[in-house]
Design a protein around this ligand. Structure first.
Ligand SMILES: Cc1ncc(COP(=O)(O)O)c(C=O)c1O
Length: 421
């Protein structure tokens, strides 16, 4: 049948680093009859949603935007609304996603200065600082950085980059791709001096794909007035005009807005710091498993380790794509594939979004079986065991167990049975 899915018993274990597992609260919030997006009470949904989105970006001064699009459109929204054709921007490339944003910047007519970095490392803050210092005439209008390179499992130090720019008093806008970091690992728009933050719905926000979530600082908002890059559907001005009254410039996807409401409620209800701590702990269990298997992450050193995704290097004799194939077809576990330069060389475990210890053990167990099936010499239970030990040793404190007292009659019966004996 067209569109037929492979049928497996049980739920698919989705461990791609986005899209991620959607929690029940979010799923059920989206199952609503179509609503009137011009109804007088519609702003009661939209206005608090935009205000609460600012809390996720950690900004008081910025303005959040919701577009019915994906993270890729978010990159274009960031640049097209602040830059003019021929403007110089500085960026670096160390994975498929930093490459794609670089490529998009070129294609919309910007003059892109690129620093190529080995895959497995991240934003070269010192090199950027050197180039910004040399740019006495402030020709560089934007510094573009990928916070979490999803292809290699590398997180960059955006705080250090913001500080470097501030130390030099360089006026370039700082634009950050937080598609696979925001709402999962720490991100502080105001404190780090970020001017445009780009995110998407299908990762830490635990929603289906289809929503680009952005935040612009006052400096970035001001830049739109001079920016000459062509834009129409992606123009934030139309959102500014309509969002202030709680509406959108076109028909919004209301179920997605309802889902975003539920997602933000979950994130703020858990507490952002608790969300970040949970992501660290789950990621660390995965890293311990990788070590126990005798394998290496793609991230070149611990300072680059990502708490949202671990890309694991397969031994040279093994095609990582085969491991992913076996995991899916035999065990119903979806892993992230190696992309571009690392295709066939890595498999990725996403540990972002709605996860807990036991879900991670499912990913590790499924991967362990698939690796053994693909002929890799990993000991059964070694990675799972290492993660079990780590999760147990860092488990949350719970009240001591007290056995319930047996009901009176049972105690009386036991007593008379003892007497009879
Ligand atoms: C870091 C990063 N940036 C951007 C994107 C592109 O987002 P989308 O696929 O939603 O367009 C992705 C997608 O995986 C990503 O991981």
């Amino acid at each position: 049948m067209p569109g037929e899915k492979l049928s497996f018993p049980g739920r698919n274990y989705l461990f791609a680093p986005g899209p991620t597992h959607i929690p029940n609260e979010v799923l059920t919030s989206m199952m609503v009859p179509q609503e009137d997006h011009r109804a007088p009470d519609f702003p009661q949904l939209v206005k608090p949603l935009l205000a609460d989105l600012n809390k996720i970006f950690k900004t008081r001064k910025g303005q959040s935007f919701i577009f019915p699009a994906t993270g890729t459109a978010g990159w274009e929204i960031a640049l097209a609304n602040t830059m003019s054709p021929g403007d110089k921007v500085l960026t670096s490339r160390f994975g498929q996603f930093s490459h794609l944003w670089f490529d998009l910047a070129n294609r919309i007519g910007l003059d892109v200065e690129l620093v190529d970095v080995p895959w497995g490392e991240g934003v070269p803050v010192m090199e950027f600082k050197k180039r910004l210092r040399a740019d006495k005439q402030h020709k560089i209008k934007a510094v573009i950085a990928c916070h979490n390179e999803n292809a290699t499992g590398v997180t960059s130090d955006i705080e250090a980059l913001g500080r470097a720019k501030k130390d030099l008093k360089h006026p370039a806008l700082l634009m950050v791709d937080g598609v696979s970091s925001i709402a999962s690992i720490d991100f502080r728009m105001d404190e780090w001096g970020v001017d445009v933050a780009v995110s998407g719905s299908q990762k830490g926000f635990m929603l289906p794909a289809g929503m680009a979530l952005l935040c612009f600082s006052p400096r970035a908002l001001a830049a739109r007035k001079k920016a000459k890059c062509a834009r129409c559907f992606l123009d934030i001005q139309d959102h500014i005009n309509t969002n202030k009254d709680g509406f959108f410039p076109y028909t919004p996807s209301v179920p997605m807005l309802r889902g975003l409401r539920a997602s933000i409620d979950l994130l703020l209800g858990e507490g952002l710091q608790n969300v970040f701590d949970r992501h660290y702990r789950l990621a660390e269990g995965v890293r311990r498993a990788v070590r126990a298997w005798g394998l290496k992450p793609c991230a070149a050193s611990p300072k680059w380790y990502s708490d949202t995704v671990t890309a694991i290097m397969a031994p040279p004799s093994v095609n990582a794509a085969e491991v992913i194939h076996i995991a899916y077809h035999r065990y119903n576990v979806s892993l992230g594939a190696g992309l571009s330069k690392v295709a066939g060389k890595v498999f990725r475990i996403g540990h972002l979004g709605d996860n807990n210890e036991v879900r991670m053990l499912a990913a590790l167990g499924g991967l362990e079986m698939a690796m053994r099936d693909a002929g890799m010499r990993v000991k059964a239970g070694s990675g799972v065991g290492a993660a079990v030990d780590y999760y147990r040793s860092t488990a949350k404190k719970i009240p001591a167990f007290k056995a319930a007292k047996a009901p009176k009659e049972t105690r009386a019966k036991k007593k008379s049975a003892r007497r009879r004996r």
